[in-house]
Structure formats: C-alpha cells, structure tokens
Ligand binder design. Structure first.
Ligand code: FPP
Length: 246
C-alpha cells in the first residue's frame, strides 16, 4: 500500500485529538470465511466497540466513524436491515456506557431518513451527550460529505433570510452549520480494507487530515494497527500549506 511509511513507536504523550475511520472490508472478511456479509458487519460492530474504548483509554478526544453512507441504501434490503439492527442494538447498549463513563456519542447524518426507533435512540444519546464532556464517538449514519455541505448551506441561507445569520460568511461560521459543529477537524483519517479513496466522507473537515491506508479488513483491525497508524501520523510533517523553518 502507498503512504504507509513505517514509523517507530506511538508517542503516548501526543495522541491525535480526533481520529476518523472509514469502516470497510466487513463483506470481504465474511466472504473469506464462507459466511454471509452480515456476519462481517456483526464482527465489525464489535471491532468498533473495542477501538472506541482503546481510543478513549489512550487520550484521543474524538473518534468519528463512517458506518452507513447515503449511497449504502442501494445494498440488498436484508443487508441494510441487518446493519440498521446492529446500529440500533449498539446505540441502545451504548446508553449505559455513556452514563457510566460520562462519554458522548453523536450521530452525523440525515436522521430524518432513519426509522422512528433509531431516531428515538439518537435523541436519547444527544440528550446524554449534552450532560457530559468526556471522550466523544461520532457515528456517521445516512451520511454523505456533499450532502452535509449542501444541508449546511441550506440552513445558513434560511438563517440569513430570517435575519438570524450575518451576511459575511467565514469558514469558521460555515463550520457551525455542519454536523460536526464545535468539534475540531480530524487529524488522522484511517481507511482499512485496501481501497485508497475518501468516498464522500468528511469532505470539508478532512482538508488537512493525514491519511493512513491499510489492507487490513475492518473486522481484523486491532489496537496494535491503530498504534501503527498513530505512529505514522506522528512521524509526518504537518505544514498546513506553509513551510517549516523558512
Ligand atoms: C463496510 O464494509 C461497512 C459497512 C457499510 C457497514 C458498517 C456498519 C457496521 C459495522 C455496523 C455497526 C456499526 C457501528 C458503528 C456500531 P463493506 O460491507 O463495504 O465491506 P466490503 O467492501 O468488504 O464489501
């Protein structure tokens, strides 16, 4: 794979603040074992739980994962329904963990397109998140990067028309209309599963993110692989378009 220069150990004192991950490879993981694709999603959901816990333990403040895109509705109905069930189960179980560990969880995406049951769970996790300030997991669900930008532009235009927004629109001001309002941009974007593209994920927010691609399929992703990605990230030279030591 390109882009995965090996690096030493992860520097424990400098975790990235925000990691974003495209969950990919569940279907292939299952196929390799002669299992239905849905079995890959079930193991993928467990992997998410493990990696989120690990991120929290090593001092990462935000983890954002791409679980279901606006395009994923095109998959067979049985697969979509299994993914939705897994998400519902996960959100339901997460409520206790959020209360116990004082962590936050948000859904990014067009929640209007979700079932009433899922929307109720999203409302509940939103309500709990408002009370805490710890680690925050964001699950992108019925999410598309372009869709998010359009949605934000429409909301800004409506606020402007209603006299509720300034005429001078800045990047910072516009960011407040995105699902990620108030959250720092991802420092590191990880894509397991062997594909080397962004697939309409966090298009605005990843302007300066470092990318890490790996062939490891998401259900096989481990804390050790995350450490490797972080070490590579830490070895990179982030210049944000400027120059170092001019
Ligand atoms: C991509 O693998 C994965 C998805 C589209 C679904 C991800 C959803 C879950 C893991 C369910 C629960 C999620 C959370 C966050 C609790 P793929 O099916 O595209 O794999 P392939 O490229 O090998 O076919």
């Amino acid at each position: 794979m390109p882009n995965n220069n090996s690096a030493g150990e992860r520097d424990r004192a400098r975790p990235p603040r925000h990691i974003a991950i495209i969950l990919d490879g569940n279907g292939r993981w299952a196929k390799k074992r002669g299992l239905p694709r849905t079995a890959g999603h079930a193991v993928g959901a467990e992997t998410f739980r493990k990696i989120a816990t690990y991120c929290k333990n090593i001092g990462v403040e935000y983890l954002t994962v791409y679980a279901f895109s606006t395009e994923n509705w095109r998959r067979p109905e049985a697969e979509v329904s299994t993914i939705m069930k897994l998400l519902g189960k996960y959100l339901h179980e997460a409520i206790d963990t959020m209360e116990r560990d004082h962590i936050r969880m948000k859904v990014f995406g067009d929640v209007e397109g979700l079932s009433p049951e899922l929307r109720a769970l999203v409302d509940k996790t939103d309500e709990i998140s408002r009370r805490y300030e710890g680690f925050q997991a964001n699950i992108c669900l019925n999410y598309g990067g372009r869709d998010e930008i359009l949605h934000a532009a429409r909301r800004y235009a409506a606020d402007y028309a209603a006299g509720k927004a300034e005429g001078e629109l800045t990047e910072e001001g516009f960011s407040q209309y995105l699902y990620s309002a108030g959250i720092p941009d991802p420092d590191l974007l990880i894509r397991p599963g062997g594909e080397v593209r962004i697939s309409n994920f966090l298009l605005w927010q990843c302007a300066y993110a470092e990318f890490y691609f790996t062939d490891v399929l998401w259900p096989d992703f481990t804390p050790e692989e995350l450490d490797r990605a972080i070490a590579v990230f830490q070895s990179r030279d982030r210049r944000y378009g400027g120059v170092k030591n001019p």
